[in-house]
Design a protein around this ligand. Sequence first.
Ligand SMILES: Cc1cc2nc3c(=O)[nH]c(=O)nc-3n(C[C@H](O)[C@H](O)[C@H](O)COP(=O)(O)OP(=O)(O)OC[C@H]3O[C@@H](n4cnc5c(N)ncnc54)[C@H](O)[C@@H]3O)c2cc1C
Length: 396
Amino acid sequence: MRVLVVGAGPAGTRCALRVAGRLPGAEVVLAGAEAALPYDRVALSKYLAGDVAQEALVTHTLADLKAAGVRYRPAMPIASLDLSARAAVTGRGERIDYDRCVLATGSRSFRLPLPGADLPGVIPWRDLAETRQMIGVAREGGPAVVIGGGLLGLETAVGLAARGMKVTVLHAVGWPMERQLDYDAGTLLANRLRARGLTLHMPVETVAIEGTDRVKSVLLKSGERIPARLVVMSVGVRPNTDLARASGLDVGRGIVADGAMRTSDPHVLAIGECAEVGGRTIGLVAPALEQAEIAAATIAGEAAAWAPRADSAALKVSGTRVWSGGEVAPSDAEAVTLRAGESYRRLWWRGERLVGAVLYGDTAEAGFYQNLIASGQPVASRADAALGQAWLKDAA
Ligand SMILES: Cc1cc2nc3c(=O)[nH]c(=O)nc-3n(C[C@H](O)[C@H](O)[C@H](O)COP(=O)(O)OP(=O)(O)OC[C@H]3O[C@@H](n4cnc5c(N)ncnc54)[C@H](O)[C@@H]3O)c2cc1C
């Protein structure tokens, strides 16, 4: 069995290792577009902030991969797939035949179609090479602008500030991380970040990025100009589907796959952020790794199916504790709020079932609420649940 995995992000790397583990005689090739060894993309925020060294990002060395039975081909983008011949062609024109191909091409950051968006110094952040580029600019200090005050935008802003830049965040909504936080938690977070020296403009509309040979400023709809030596766009991602689309696979928002991660071609699977299962794409590493396990089982001939679970997210910024899980502020649910000084907790209930939670300041109970949301277990006393696991047990 020859298995080609395209994309050496977390999903592709996990899948290649699991296939090699399950099918010892298989020839497993992991072809990645990036030049680096497989690394922890999630930890790029910590690397940007200077909290971890670059070497600490590497998840598997060449020796690890080889010992596990995986042939790693870095800097080897796959340019095309010939589905009927079951062959891939690399960017250098090399042909790789396969019996099964797993597409794990991930996502790319969306570049807002603004005038000046292509200027040098404007980065839609996603990978290690871009992080190194940002650190290089930050070394010389000066002003930076982050467009987008979502989770990743805030991690970018804090990281660049830690590297000595004067950072302004521009966000289109009135509070940061509006997909994960309600207004009150978002406002607490915004105040905390301002106290740490960040400038946050919200809600604002960015209309252009200005400069000649490189970026100089960002123009807002109000007419205000914010100086910038570096502009990071953090306004969402788009699944990398070009290769799949060009080869004739079914593509919606992502590469269409069934629960066993099989695409419209029986010999090709898709996993991670590039895949669309049941009309849904993912944006977090945990479900990407789950899909990698399912794909490996499918290739090994076992029956397996991926089922989505409630998402949760935590902000990876030292000195802040922010967590959210499930649905945030759904209009048909009732909220229970607990607030003590800087600590804030809001839970959303449909009847006796917890459907969403936001924690700010104290996130020790995140696992408890995540389990309640995922299990759908009925809870008789919302007040007890708001106080936390120990209280709920004592009351029972
Ligand atoms: C800074 C940052 C912080 C994050 N923090 C969190 C977090 O706290 N929690 C969380 O759950 N998620 C976080 N994420 C998201 C998380 O990294 C992704 O969900 C995860 O990486 C998805 O894995 P993937 O393997 O599907 O795709 P990716 O990690 O995007 O990997 C895809 C790989 O495929 C390669 N590729 C693309 N096309 C080709 C081709 N034609 N040929 C060969 N290779 C190709 C790409 O270069 C890339 O290396 C963060 C992301 C970033 C950028």
